[in-house]
Design a protein around this ligand. Structure first.
Ligand SMILES: NC(=O)c1ccc[n+]([C@@H]2O[C@H](COP(=O)([O-])OP(=O)(O)OC[C@H]3O[C@@H](n4cnc5c(N)ncnc54)[C@H](O)[C@@H]3O)[C@@H](O)[C@H]2O)c1
Length: 252
């Protein structure tokens, strides 16, 4: 019997590195997982369905309120419930570090629209269903950079600080209805293939195992395991928390 048997999860950003790992982890533990992303949803859901697990693709754009409303409507129509929302949709890996003065206002707006307001739109769309059911888990993706900062990514760092604040504020709002809201703060986690690691470390020193206490490559599963914990009954007395899944890099 799986931890999430009978439950339904929505994972946004499920075609990405951490969203896919989270979706797979939840599906392996018995959840029916709706894999929501603005691209490649059919291919990524097929990879999980091919393992004999329950994954369902849905194209969504988190900057479009109507698109999110349609996602939630489709999930409720099909499954009659939403137990878990994991907000992994975000702009992160494609960012090129730039000095503060060189970041144009439209990039700030775009990043906030996806990383912060996109997450808020998804929380708002599921909240009435979860609150009515008096049960639900929301897991947001923060970042170790919100604590440590890093030159060249001020707009990204600011969005992740906002993710932490919104997580705490929503935890307070939703607690009376037993909807628990927590965040995971990953360290730098990259695919273990298809990257020039030396070049990556030059651009993002935080990517180097030398800059964390546990000196190994960070796997997407390291983050997905914490997401699964926060979605599980074992985390039933936790809300408004941010757990770092970063090999201890926040201490260095
Ligand atoms: N990978 C890391 O090292 C790391 C570290 C700290 C925090 N995070 C955070 O974790 C989350 C996931 O990161 P990742 O590494 O999987 O990134 P990723 O780039 O691999 O995946 C992000 C996914 O979000 C989707 N997306 C982007 N804009 C969207 C939109 N408007 N609507 C719907 N989907 C959209 C993309 O299509 C992509 O599939 C992000 O919020 C990121 O900031 C990642």
């Amino acid at each position: 019997m799986g931890t999430f048997d009978g439950q339904c999860a929505i994972v946004t950003g499920a075609s990405g590195l951490l969203g896919f790992a989270a979706a797979r982890r939840l599906a392996e533990a018995g959840a029916r997982v709706v894999m929501a992303d603005c691209h490649a949803t059919a291919e990524t859901a097929a990879k999980i369905a091919d393992l004999g697990l329950e994954a369902f693709p849905h194209v969504v754009d988190v900057i479009d309120e109507r698109s999110i409303a349609l996602l939630v409507e489709a999930v409720v129509d099909r499954f009659g419930r939403i137990d878990i929302l994991v907000n992994c949709a975000g702009i992160a890996n494609t960012l090129v570090p730039a000095p503060f003065e060189a970041i144009p206002p439209e990039q700030w707006h775009r990043l906030y629209d996806v990383n912060v307001v996109g997450m808020i739109r998804a929380c708002a769309a599921v909240s009435c269903h979860m609150r009515k059911a008096r049960s639900g888990r929301i897991i947001n993706l923060a970042s170790g950079l919100a604590y440590k900062a890093s030159v060249g990514l001020i707009h990204y760092i600011a969005t992740k600080g906002a993710v932490i604040s919104v997580t705490r504020a929503l935890a307070s709002e939703f607690a009376p209805d037993n909807v628990l809201v927590n965040a995971v703060s990953p360290g730098f986690t990259s695919p273990d293939n298809a990257i020039n690691f030396d070049e990556l470390v030059e651009r993002f020193p935080a990517a180097s195992p030398a800059n964390r206490l546990i000196k190994r490559h960070a796997e997407p599963a390291d983050v997905a395991n914490v997401i699964a914990f926060l979605a599980s009954a074992d985390a039933g007395f936790m809300t408004g928390q941010v757990i770092a899944a970063d090999g201890g890099s926040v201490f260095i």
